[in-house]
Unconditional design. Structure first.
Ligand SMILES: C[S@@+](CC[C@H](N)C(=O)[O-])C[C@H]1O[C@@H](n2cnc3c(N)ncnc32)[C@H](O)[C@@H]1O
Length: 287
């Protein structure tokens, strides 16, 4: 006779504990629910149900990959972000819950724009999976976005994600090194650029350094290269009354504010993520 759900879960938890997986319970539940196609309620109430052999084999193979350091959402191939489902590609960063703070900051600003103009124009620089722009478009009907990245493969993933979420008619794709190939002006310029100091990359967890692309992580010697490039170009592409919203590393707010001050921007607000770390800055042109 096969294993029950409860004994399979216990097996996964002990494998994950032994491999020092950070969230053994959460990851075990996620794998079992998704790979059996059941809800969390079914999982909790149906512990005595027998798992069929095919499902058990697939779940154990996935658990093996998790023990080797592959993040659980990479194994599943997708991740939810601010209410939209995103396919993950090796060319894109896995979108993080911290980045939802940027979406939270952008929504009231986008709503204010559509209160005054027919359409809110958004530029998402370094879009990766398309997470930020697509989450905003899903909430704001009268918004359109240019999603831009230096990686063509990331842009293919963003396009696929736009289609998966029925948003393909409101995005345009532009391959660009920051502003180099960008035309036009925007009400909101949003970006979660690479911001890890090059020397710190080796010390990141293997989940990050072996599975997120280096292009999405490496912010140069002091981690601030992308902010300098964005500050340099933003003035030419911001519509009157527009805002620039940036995700930063937890210890970078003062440096990024200084860079933007030097490019004639003032900091309108600063936000912390759910963990209480500095995470998002909002800028407007200095009057
Ligand atoms: C930290 S990831 C953010 C991805 C996505 N916006 C998110 O929040 O999940 C940074 C992104 O910037 C892109 N990028 C790196 N260098 C770039 C450059 N010079 N110009 C444009 N995009 C770049 C990377 O390919 C990557 O997709």
């Amino acid at each position: 006779m096969g294993q029950t759900i409860a004994s399979l879960l216990a097996d996964l938890r002990s494998r994950f504990d032994a491999s020092q997986v950070a969230q053994p319970e959460t990851d075990a539940r996620l794998l079992v629910c998704e790979l059996m196609g059941i809800s969390l309620t079914d999982l909790i109430l149906g512990g005595e149900r027998i798992v069929d052999d095919g499902d058990a084999k697939r779940i154990l193979a996935a658990a093996h990959r998790r023990c080797l350091g592959e993040p659980v959402h990479r194994i599943l191939g997708h991740r939810w972000f601010y209410g939209i489902d995103l396919h993950l590609s090796p060319a894109t960063l896995e979108p993080r819950p911290d980045t939802e703070t940027l979406v939270e900051a952008a929504l009231p600003l986008a709503k204010k724009v559509v209160g005054k103009k027919p359409i809110c124009n958004i530029l998402d620089l370094g879009t990766g999976s398309g997470a930020i722009a697509l989450a905003i478009l899903a909430e704001i009907q009268d918004a359109v976005a240019i999603v831009s990245d230096i990686s063509g493969d990331a842009l293919d993933a963003a396009q696929q994600n736009a289609q998966m979420n029925g948003l393909q008619d409101r995005i345009s794709i532009c391959r660009s090194n920051w502003f180099e190939a960008i035309d036009g002006s925007f009400d909101l310029i949003v970006s979660n650029p690479p911001y890890i100091r090059s020397a710190d990359i080796a010390a990141l967890s293997r989940e990050v350094k072996e599975h997120d692309p280096l292009l999405a992580l490496d912010g140069g010697a002091d981690g601030l290269d992308a902010y300098r490039a964005i500050a340099e170009g933003a003035g030419r592409h911001l519509a009157d009354g527009g805002s620039v919203l940036l995700e930063t590393g937890f210890d970078q707010h003062e440096d990024v504010i200084e860079i933007f001050r030097g490019a004639s921007f003032s900091c309108l607000s600063r936000m912390k993520d759910l963990g209480g770390n500095d995470r998002v800055l909002v800028f407007c042109r200095t009057a």
